[in-house]
Design a protein around this ligand. Structure first.
Ligand SMILES: CC(C)(COP(=O)(O)OP(=O)(O)OC[C@H]1O[C@@H](n2cnc3c(N)ncnc32)[C@H](O)[C@@H]1OP(=O)(O)O)[C@@H](O)C(=O)NCCC(=O)NCCS
Length: 314
């Protein structure tokens, strides 16, 4: 799928009034951005901003604002020090930003400081929104956020945060594909080979995460996390299957290589997560999820667990 085909699915991406941004300190700049994965999906030059530059604080405040609003209800809004210590200093922060003047009035209204009130800041935590700048004083306004952090395991990064303003907008104002394209851009730009990450079973984010490469479940239950019903995954990044997110086509190479097991995860049944976790700990894996199945099913539906066919037959 070429950029022109993408524009049919996502007219917002065409003009360049909404384009990727990279909010990375100069020492962490990526060498040869986009060299690893071949795609023409990101023709517009990204907006480059230095998060350590004081004049960019208004951009950072707006990233916090959408993140807090998106994650506040699940009590997972990111404290400012986490963003600084765990994202800006070690990692890579990116997303899409809009030219402030090009936004529709109804979207500007949602993003107006008086309407972007924090709804769910964790108890005892100061809301981030006190100094939010007016859109009139900004050139580019962030609409999404994707954070990846390199790990000690060479080539592997951890996806730490993904959110998009779509979750705050009325359906008719949403930028379809914004969350998906934000992660795709980050993986492409930073030449990410292998990406692991964490999300909650039943989360809409699984519809996105499963499309960047075959998704191995490396943890099905995480009592160490504040939400124990968390899936920990890992994927070898491959751009070949990214288009399936938009076309809803079957991933034929996945079906050639993997078969369905008797195991299932029921997002409403913790015992199913514990069972798979025990199988992983007993070296019965590897176990995978099917992107096509996740795309087709309602979020609360059971998910089949897949294994490489050579393993099923042994
Ligand atoms: C999850 C999130 C990042 C998705 O980003 P987005 O920009 O809304 O999604 P995209 O436009 O890229 O993708 C749209 C697809 O996701 C699905 N989707 C998005 N939110 C959904 C929801 N709440 N329920 C069901 N499906 C949802 C859409 O139905 C669509 O699928 P389709 O092509 O089959 O119609 C965003 O909703 C968000 O920020 N949520 C709050 C924070 C969060 O949960 N982050 C993920 C943590 S790992």
């Amino acid at each position: 799928m070429m950029f022109q085909d993408l524009c049919e699915k996502m007219p917002w991406i065409e003009s360049g009034d909404i384009r990727p941004y990279v909010f990375v300190r100069p020492e962490n700049a990526i060498q040869n951005p986009g060299a690893r994965h071949k795609t023409d999906w990101f023709p517009h030059a990204p907006i480059l901003k230095n998060p350590l530059d004081i004049k960019e604080i208004h951009f950072a405040d707006r990233i916090y604002a959408i993140e807090e609003k998106a994650f506040g209800p699940s009590n997972m809004a990111m404290p400012r020090w986490v963003f600084y210590d765990c994202a800006v200093m070690p990692g890579f922060v990116a997303g899409f930003a809009a030219r402030a003047g090009a936004l529709k009035a109804s979207i500007k209204n949602v993003l107006d400081p008086k309407n972007l009130k924090a709804t769910g800041s964790p108890v005892g935590q100061t809301p981030h929104l006190t100094n939010l700048h007016s859109l009139d004083d900004m050139d580019w306004v962030p609409l999404s956020l994707f954070i990846i952090i390199p790990t000690m395991h060479k080539g592997e990064w951890v996806a730490h945060n993904l959110c998009s303003v779509n979750s705050l907008l009325d359906k008719e104002d949403q930028f379809y594909g914004l969350g998906f394209m934000s992660k795709a851009f980050g993986l492409w730009y930073a030449n990410v080979e292998q990406c692991s990450g964490m999300t909650q079973w039943g989360s809409p984010a699984l519809k996105l995460h499963s499309h960047y490469g075959w998704l191995e479940v490396i943890g099905a239950y995480a009592p160490v996390h504040s939400h124990r019903q968390t899936v920990t995954y890992r994927a070898q990044v491959h751009t070949d299957s990214w288009k399936n997110f938009f076309t809803k086509e079957l991933d034929l190479p996945f079906l050639e290589n993997f078969g369905r097991t008797e195991q299932e995860i029921d997002p409403q049944n913790e015992a199913s997560m514990l069972k798979l976790q025990q199988m992983i700990e007993n070296d019965k894996g590897p176990f995978y999820l099917s992107a096509h199945e996740i795309a087709q099913n309602p979020l609360n539906q059971k998910l089949s667990i897949y294994q490489p066919k050579r393993q099923l037959n042994s």
